[in-house]
Design a protein around this ligand. Structure first.
Ligand SMILES: [Mg+2]
Length: 282
């Protein structure tokens, strides 16, 4: 019996870096009635709000349903859960996304997301990784600073990981897809960065991204903590991801022996979720 549906985000629930479509939002809301729903991705917390939570709120999710939503941020090195009736000390400081929509019996409030744990990188680790990737990308001619939009950056400190986004966060989707469709550029950057700073792991994800982490701080770390926090066994989880091949950022989940569905896009995920809901006892 599956109790948990866990999801990669980019290319699994959405078009990379964009909010989830209506169809996925509606299916997730329905699934929240029967399953713990656990998105796990390299994104920062505010992106989880923009891409998933705000969309669910727009589509009418209730506070009660949100209690079944568990956010495993930065590959699960940070974990947030929704605690209605409680305003946490993290509230005002961390959450900058504006949401005024209310739903269900109790109005939705961003301040009610509680950070349960966080495992950040040290400043020294961040600096080493940043240097290694920058040098590698520059040597290979893949440092596209001139293509950045105002205020955007190629390398971003996401606390538990450092992320390289070749064209920045704000680049258009088409432009991003075209940049490295076969992952070859990123494979070269990874190989060179690994020579410069071998003590870190580098994973390819999204359309233009490389995530650098300390070894073990990948989705295996996140999923291991998920097992503990939600008090479930591996065989009670079903995981969805688009990068389940060796070297992909979903592969650590496969390696753990968790049941995995490989999808090409959110359309595949929607198709599978409809099937799952069709056989779920209600
Ligand atoms: Mg993905």
């Amino acid at each position: 019996m599956k109790k948990v549906l866990a999801f990669d985000i980019d290319q699994t629930l959405n078009v990379a870096k964009t909010p989830i479509p209506d169809e996925i939002a509606d299916l997730l809301i329905e699934c929240l009635n029967y399953y713990a729903i656990c998105p796990i991705s390299g994104q920062k917390f505010d992106q989880f709000l923009i891409q998933i939570v705000n969309r669910l709120v727009e589509r009418g999710v209730t506070s009660e349903q949100l209690e079944n939503l568990h956010l495993f941020v930065a590959q699960g090195t940070q974990y947030y859960r929704y605690v209605p009736g409680k305003t946490t000390k993290h509230g005002n400081k961390l959450f900058s996304v504006e949401t005024s929509i209310s739903s269900g019996k109790e109005p939705y409030s961003e301040e009610k997301w509680e950070q349960v744990y966080s495992y950040p990188l040290t400043d020294e680790q961040v600096e080493k990784i940043t240097n290694a990737i920058e040098i590698a990308a520059k040597e290979l001619g893949y440092w596209e600073e001139d293509k950045l939009k105002d205020g955007d950056e190629i390398i971003e400190n996401r606390l538990s990981q450092v992320t390289f986004s070749a064209l920045g966060q704000k680049a258009g989707t088409e432009e991003k897809y075209a940049w490295d469709p076969d992952c070859k550029k990123r494979e070269k950057i990874v190989a060179r960065a690994k020579e410069i700073a071998p003590e870190f792991d580098y994973e390819i994800g999204g359309t233009t991204s490389i995530n650098a982490i300390t070894p073990g701080m990948n989705k295996e770390f996140g999923m291991t903590h998920l097992l503990k926090e939600l008090d479930v066994e591996k065989d009670e989880i079903l995981y969805f991801g688009d990068m389940t091949q060796p070297g992909g950022n979903d592969y650590p989940v496969v390696k753990m022996g968790i049941d995995t569905i490989t999808v090409r896009s959110h359309e595949d995920t929607a198709y599978a979720l409809r099937g799952i809901l069709g056989v779920t006892e209600k």
